[in-house]
Design a protein around this ligand. Structure first.
Ligand code: NAP
Ligand code: ZN
Length: 365
């Protein structure tokens, strides 16, 4: 029953949470760097709400709206330069995981002007400017995690920045997702589900983290129905956003497991969206466990009589069209197992051959 529990983010969940709680931004400083993707934040109302709140508080801000999907270290440096030149006191990341993660990295680089995209990975932990997250997808949970996943073109891979940047405040308003297109809704919902699964069936799982996992699975019982029936109404949006926050808290506590680590190569080399790149391994990951106790509890909560039923749902939601060879798969598997850190959250012994089998069965069906 021993556990450590740490979740320092102040989370505001529900409709109009930015306007109703804007005063929490006041003490963070006089000038903010607002970080977004190219268009969606301006269309879904989130940028407008933040700009209005800052205006009413007389907090000045400067906008960096150039974050691409899977943000590169170059983009992060560019935004950081803008923040340094303007002497900002805090950073607000608005968007899906990409702008939120990029904003977290900028909060570190602005606070430590001597750092650059090489030295930030030295292993040393650095302080950061206060960071505020405004989530506009229901998937990554980045609004409640300390992680920032960045793309290194030099190393040809996506990786964790290795710094700990928990948002000071997270605004989670489902209304920003009401018009999220179906395909992005599926991809990001699968991401949220994989966080729940990988955080739950995890070496670090505790009685506290299981609470989030089990509640998240109960929400997904309905969310899967919404996705399969194209019923993306407000009730669905609220439930999947809540499940996404719960998945985020789970991975903040426990970390993800092997599907996430295995999937980064698919995003980098094949352009597969993040949620699908992990989700494509979920079923084989679940089949790989010898101890089925927790797996069966998870299936019971979602009212699936077997893993095959969950697989049917995944087959309806994920349509892969990957051009990939056995040789490429072997390369990914070799690179993946060469980093033992990536295997430590998997609660049983797992060999290179088993990892290769998960890759092969999932990708060469
Ligand atoms: P994303 O890459 O942030 O955005 C994907 C697309 O969705 C973009 O085209 C974006 O448009 C659009 N979009 C965002 N919100 C929208 C809305 N409300 N309505 C319409 N379109 C919208 O997608 P994501 O899946 O949320 O984030 C993926 C990234 O998060 C990956 O880099 C992944 O590695 C990372 N991640 C981080 C964590 C963590 O704990 N930090 C966990 C999991 C994943 P715009 O570009 O115009 O905004
Ligand atoms: Zn993820």
């Amino acid at each position: 029953m021993n556990f450590k529990y740490f979740m320092p983010t102040e989370v505001y969940f529900g409709e109009d949470v930015v306007a109703n709680n804007k005063e929490v931004l006041g003490p963070l400083g006089k000038k903010a760097l607002v970080v977004t993707g190219r268009t969606s934040a301006k269309n879904n109302g989130s940028y407008h709400d933040i700009a209005a709140a800052l205006g009413e508080l007389a907090v000045d801000f400067i906008l960096f709206d150039e974050v691409e999907e899977n943000p590169s270290l170059e983009t992060i440096e560019k935004g950081s330069r803008l923040g340094k030149e303007n002497h900002v006191d805090f950073v607000i990341g608005i968007g899906g995981g990409s702008p939120m993660d990029a904003g977290k990295a900028m909060a570190v680089l602005i606070k430590n002007p001597e750092l650059d995209q090489e030295t930030i990975f030295s292993g040393e932990k650095f302080d950061h400017l206060p960071f505020v997250a405004v989530a506009t997808t229901s998937g990554t949970g980045s609004e409640v995690t300390q992680y920032s996943i960045v793309t290194s073109d030099k190393e040809k891979i996506k990786k964790n920045l290795g710094q700990s940047v928990f948002p000071r405040v997270a605004f989670v308003d489902p209304k920003y997702t009401y018009d999220l297109p179906y395909a992005i809704t599926v991809n990001t919902s699968i991401d949220a589900f994989t966080h729940l699964v990988e955080g739950y069936l995890n070496t670090n799982a505790t009685v506290m983290s299981d609470i989030y996992g089990e509640k998240g699975f109960a929400l997904f019982k309905d969310c899967f129905k919404g996705l399969l029936n194209y019923e993306l109404d407000r009730e669905f949006r609220k439930k999947v956003m809540l499940a996404s926050v719960m998945g985020g808290i789970q991975i903040a506590l426990n970390g993800t497991s092997i599907p996430h680590g295995m999937g980064y190569a698919l995003t980098y080399f094949k352009g597969l969206p993040h949620g699908l790149s992990s989700g494509v391994f979920t079923i084989e990951f679940l089949r790989s466990f010898k101890n089925k106790d927790k797996l069966n509890r998870m299936l019971d909560i979602m009212e699936f009589s077997s893993l095959d039923e969950l697989e049917e749902v995944f087959e309806k939601l994920i349509h892969l069209d990957l051009d990939i060879t056995e040789e490429e798969i072997k390369d990914y598997a070799r690179t993946f197992v060469s980093n033992k850190e990536k295997l430590k959250n998997y609660p049983e012994e797992i060999s290179f051959e088993q990892i290769l089998a998960i890759y092969t069965k999932s990708l060469l069906k």
